[in-house]
Write a protein that binds this ligand. Structure first.
Ligand code: GLN
Length: 189
């Protein structure tokens, strides 16, 4: 079992640390040749989605990764990663991989609530410490998308086929259960 973490910008090291605590090997995707390595799952970390989207294209990793996701590669996306997956952004003309049929609002919680901690509930997990940093939320979802968590009526975690996405940062908590949920979704017994 090997997890590839997109490592062009943002909070990729925190995901690597989380998986390493769980005894799971990770590799970093920094350039096009890295995506030809063998791996079983992909992580799109938090950070700045516009920068990540630009680098993905400049480094010529965009098409290859998009195709992998479309073909069913399991993906865990957090915060900016969720923005990269979203089919549409309500306050930005750009979209990136656009493989997740949801509409996402960037920096959605406003300036005052730029960063906050919330003890929410995730379907299938229970209470969970959620760290939000200039976070997006999901405004609308297609009917096939499973809603896993909401905060004040705003959707903050979803699952759709091979894609698991959260607006918060489970990798910044000490709680491995969201990462475990990701692995359990495709790990063979
Ligand atoms: N606001 C960032 C963006 O739009 C996301 C913030 C984050 O990943 N912590 O890309």
């Amino acid at each position: 079992m090997r997890i590839a973490v997109l490592a062009v910008q943002g909070a990729f090291a925190e995901h690597e640390k989380m998986f390493s605590q769980m005894g799971i090997e990770t590799i970093e995707l920094r350039q096009k040749s890295d995506i030809t390595q063998d791996f079983d799952g992909l992580v799109l970390p938090g950070g700045e989605s516009t920068v990540q989207g630009k680098l993905l294209r400049e480094l010529d990793m965009y098409d290859g990764l998009k195709e992998m996701i479309r073909q069913g590669m399991p993906v865990l996306a957090t915060c900016a990663g969720l923005i990269l997956l979203a089919e549409r952004l309500s306050n930005d003309d750009r979209s990136h991989f656009a493989t997740l049929p949801v509409c996402v609002r960037r920096n959605a919680f406003g300036r005052q609530l730029g960063s906050f901690h919330y003890r929410g509930t995730i379907k299938g997990i229970g209470e969970f410490p959620m760290e939000f940093i200039r976070a997006p939320y999901i405004e609308t979802v297609s009917p096939e998308v499973e809603i896993l968590a909401e905060v004040n009526g705003h959707i903050v975690a979803v699952r759709y086929q091979n894609q698991l996405a959260a607006a918060f940062h489970p990798e910044l908590s000490q709680d491995i259960r969201f990462h475990q949920m990701f692995l359990d979704s495709f790990r063979k017994p």
